[in-house]
Ligand binder design. Structure first.
Ligand SMILES: NC(=O)c1ccc[n+]([C@@H]2O[C@H](COP(=O)([O-])OP(=O)(O)OC[C@H]3O[C@@H](n4cnc5c(N)ncnc54)[C@H](O)[C@@H]3O)[C@@H](O)[C@H]2O)c1
Length: 410
């Protein structure tokens, strides 16, 4: 069922977990131009807790398709595990929803992403991706500097990402390639989108990558294991809870607790050392563009800090920035004085203040005031680089992006 947007946009959320509720649900319910009117989740207890947390009259559905059929929604937010994104984007479009925000990645593979694009060509709808990094002032300022020609023609981009929370991927659904598309798709899609966005004149054409699990594996358990006293299987039940330095029991009540986990058997605090993972805890990917630009992305999920360090090189200068210090960019012209460029801090909010701006953009796009900050092509391009990186490390070869696409130009 479709609706005509009024002053208050009626939003449904599919996937009422951390991102769906603690980010989108919370931010939307604080606004006076939008209202979360319906939720859908396969876990009824979590959905109930989510509805209470939002605190407004909300209808709940175990079947997202039923929500889409019954509710008159102006917009839908999709925050299920990644492998369900394509299914629910297509369902929302088929139900006539005109504004869909799917959190990143658009899909876990290019074939599904292209199916979404083909469907979008047949309906009157807008799709946005949860690329919140596009709303970070420092990322936007770097794009401006590149586009103003202040470092000349772009040559190289380097990003080193350290993510403290990344170890929890190995405790949750993210650890499985078939559910997340692998971490180059799940996590790297943010970074590949930034590269693609900054290098707007180029298309990613070739990807090589190396990745693996070096730290979060059984032989690296950081304490002595006593015979007949098994480790795990998850933190809340582990006999070594008192001594494990990575002890992290389910920590997001009321959405995640023993009851919501018992409801569907999903325990998001699996032992990060023993879990049945088939993704990586560290890796490096190299992306080549058709405009003679190269980019590298290192990601490491076992460190005790979170940061992204950028070096962007043009033929007339270099800029450096890190997200831990998001108010300054160092610019070193090839000829001339080095300078520090100040960047305003965004208001408070998740992901360095980017999440409220992403939500603001989504609501404004529903109300016809702005275009979404990303579109299906952006989603396809970042999934394409991520999937190419997955194939590259798994098959130990360089992957042509065109292998994944109908056409060489994406
Ligand atoms: N943009 C960002 O910065 C960012 C950050 C974190 C996560 N994400 C993305 O947000 C999404 C959700 O991640 P999360 O960490 O909140 O996960 P989560 O596990 O906390 O939440 C997922 C929810 O989906 C529900 N679900 C699972 N299968 C379902 C189905 N078939 N139908 C309906 N509901 C179903 C689960 O019960 C759960 O409530 C993912 O796509 C992830 O990649 C984006």
């Amino acid at each position: 069922m479709t609706s005509i947007a009024t002053d208050i946009s009626r939003i449904g959320i599919i996937g009422t977990g951390n991102r769906g509720i603690n980010c989108f649900g919370a931010l939307l319910s604080r606004r006076n131009d939008a209202q979360v009117v319906a939720l859908a989740d396969s876990n009824p207890l979590r959905m109930e807790a989510a509805a209470q947390q939002i605190g407004q009259a909300i209808r709940c559905y175990n079947e997202p398709e039923a929500m889409l059929k019954i509710e008159a929604l102006d917009g839908v937010v999709i925050t299920t595990p990644d492998f369900q994104h394509a299914r629910y984007v297509l369902a929302a479009l088929a139900a006539g929803v005109r504004h869909v925000l799917v959190d990143k990645p658009l899909a876990t593979n290019v074939a599904d992403a292209l199916r979404i694009e083909r469907t979008l060509q047949e309906v009157d709808a807008q799709l946005a991706i949860g690329f919140n990094m596009r709303h970070l002032p420092i990322i936007c300022r770097i794009k401006e500097i590149i586009e103003n020609g202040e470092i000349g023609d772009l040559m190289l981009i380097e990003n080193r990402e350290f993510y403290d929370g990344g170890r929890t991927y190995m405790a949750r659904w993210n650890r499985r390639y078939e559910w997340s598309g692998g971490l180059w798709v799940h996590k790297g899609s943010h970074d590949f989108d930034v590269f693609n966005w900054w290098n707007a004149g180029g298309n990613p054409v070739r990807v090589s990558a190396s990745a693996g699990v070096n730290a979060l594996r059984p032989d690296k358990i950081p304490f002595a294991v006593v015979p007949d006293k098994p480790v795990g299987p998850h933190c809340s039940a582990c006999a070594y809870a008192g001594i494990c330095p990575d002890y992290a029991p389910i920590s997001s009540p009321p959405l995640y607790n023993a009851q919501t986990s018992q409801a569907d058997g999903y325990w998001p605090d699996l032992c990060v050392y023993l879990s049945d993972k088939n993704t990586h805890d560290n890796g490096i990917a190299l992306v080549e563009y058709d405009n003679n630009v190269r980019a590298s992305h290192l990601e490491c999920f076992i460190c005790n800090f979170t940061d992204r360090f950028y070096t962007v090189v043009g033929d007339r200068g270099v800029l450096m920035a890190n997200l831990e210090n998001p108010t300054q960019i160092e610019l070193r012209p090839r000829w001339g004085e080095n300078k520090i460029i100040d960047v305003p801090l965004p208001d408070a909010g998740g992901h360095g203040g980017a999440d409220p701006l992403l939500v603001e953009n989504f609501v404004a796009s529903i109300q016809g005031q702005r275009l979404p900050s990303s579109n299906v092509r952006d989603g396809i391009r970042s999934v394409a680089v991520g999937q190419a990186a997955e194939i590259a490390w798994r098959e130990q070869r360089t992957v042509e992006v065109s292998e994944l696409l109908d056409t060489t130009v994406i």
